[in-house]
Design a protein around this ligand. Structure first.
Ligand SMILES: Cc1cc2nc3c(=O)[nH]c(=O)nc-3n(C[C@H](O)[C@H](O)[C@H](O)COP(=O)(O)OP(=O)(O)OC[C@H]3O[C@@H](n4cnc5c(N)ncnc54)[C@H](O)[C@@H]3O)c2cc1C
Length: 338
């Protein structure tokens, strides 16, 4: 392990906020966590596991210990004629791993290309994009439990995955360190083409029978066009979750806004895009001091350069309140506020 005191987190959060932590520990091997827990008595201390900080908003210096995994190997655990089972360590960059699988024509996570962050964080909010979620391929999550002081393994069912949600974001939040995940991937990829944008681009490019490489290339380009790169503009992707509302409420809204986009989750529940609500309250591309909503995708809040974490949070709350007043819908944050 490597230990740094009074460490700047500027390069460990994609908003680019210059907060510090008391102690930053780079964990180089999964097994080290056991001795780190013993040495620092973490179940009694304030600590945070941090990947690339692409789903975090710091609002102040962190007066505790930050643990960052740098172990990043992956191994094929098992293989049969249809599937390949790969175990990937927490410190591996997610996008690098997706690109590796696409190059090998192994299917299952190709639509999740270009999502920032490390593998260890991927199950936390069950990352998803363009019709795929990591819950569709995860077979096991390996983690260290600080309260019980043991390494544990959960199968897919035990992870209680939901829309941008899992047991790790709820009951086990800040109590565990995910050390690796196991994915069951497809040797005979089946393209997932649920999204109009993707189908449209394939058509424009004259691709009738797309490979997963075609699909991931297209998704990567769509994302490049639509989302700001954190390297250029500080942001943490979607700041809010898309709200899920009752059918009755949705039908009432549809009578007023006939063009409201929607997706029926079941007979009674409808998901609507938070971006549409933000646009409707007139906040698309809105600038407020050092913070703004991104002009191409208002769900993304951006740091115009000198924002503080609290300025970003205040702006997010302003948006939440406006939407609550105008639509009686309470947006939930997707980003973790620390
Ligand atoms: C431009 C952009 C686009 C994005 N697009 C998407 C998208 O399409 N879909 C999507 O789902 N997300 C998206 N995100 C959000 C983000 O990339 C994912 O949530 C990602 O999985 C976060 O990884 P991270 O390593 O940066 O996690 P961090 O931000 O470092 O941490 C996120 C949370 O997980 C916890 N955590 C991290 N690692 C571990 C670990 N090993 N063990 C236990 N807890 C841990 C942290 O304590 C924190 O609560 C986007 C973000 C950006 C900036």
């Amino acid at each position: 392990m490597k230990v740094y005191n009074n460490f700047s987190l500027k390069y460990f959060n994609t908003f680019g906020l210059n907060y510090t932590c008391e102690t930053f520990i780079e964990v180089e091997y999964a097994e080290e966590i056991y001795s780190i827990n013993k040495k620092y008595n973490l179940s009694q201390k304030k600590f945070l596991v941090l990947g690339e900080g692409s789903n975090i908003l710091f609002t102040k210096d962190f007066d505790g210990i930050v643990l960052h995994p740098s172990f990043n190997n992956f191994t094929v655990e098992q293989e049969d004629s249809e599937h390949i089972y790969i175990k990937i360590e927490a410190g591996k960059n997610w996008d690098e791993f997706v690109r590796y699988t696409v190059e090998k024509n192994i299917g299952g996570i190709e639509n999740l290309i270009s999502i920032p962050g490390l593998v260890g964080a991927a199950p936390i909010q069950n990352i998803g994009a363009y019709g795929q979620e990591i819950k569709d391929t995860i077979s096991f999550v390996h983690f260290f439990d600080f309260e019980k002081n043991v390494f544990r393994v959960y199968d897919n069912r035990q992870c209680s995955f939901g829309y941008r949600d899992s047991i790790f974001k709820n009951r086990l939040k800040n109590k565990i360190f995910i050390t690796s995940i196991e994915l069951k991937l497809d040797k005979n990829p089946k393209p997932v083409l649920d999204y109009y944008d993707v189908k449209n681009e394939l058509m424009k490019n004259g691709i009738k029978n797309p490979t997963i490489k075609d699909i991931s290339n297209i998704i990567s380009k769509i994302r490049e066009n639509k989302l700001p790169s954190p390297r250029m503009i500080g942001n943490a992707g979607s700041f809010f979750k898309n709200p899920i509302i009752d059918k009755n409420k949705f039908e009432a809204l549809k009578r007023i806004y006939s063009n409201i986009p929607f997706f029926y989750l079941n007979e009674n529940k409808v998901k609507i895009p938070a971006a549409w609500l933000i646009e409707k309250i007139g906040y698309k591309g809105k600038v407020n001091g050092n913070v703004a909503t991104y002009h191409k995708q208002p769900l993304v809040l951006i740091n115009l350069g000198n924002a503080s974490g609290n300025e970003i949070l205040d702006f997010a709350n302003e948006i939440k309140n406006e939407i609550l007043n105008q639509f009686d819908i309470d947006l939930e944050l997707e980003v973790n506020v620390v």
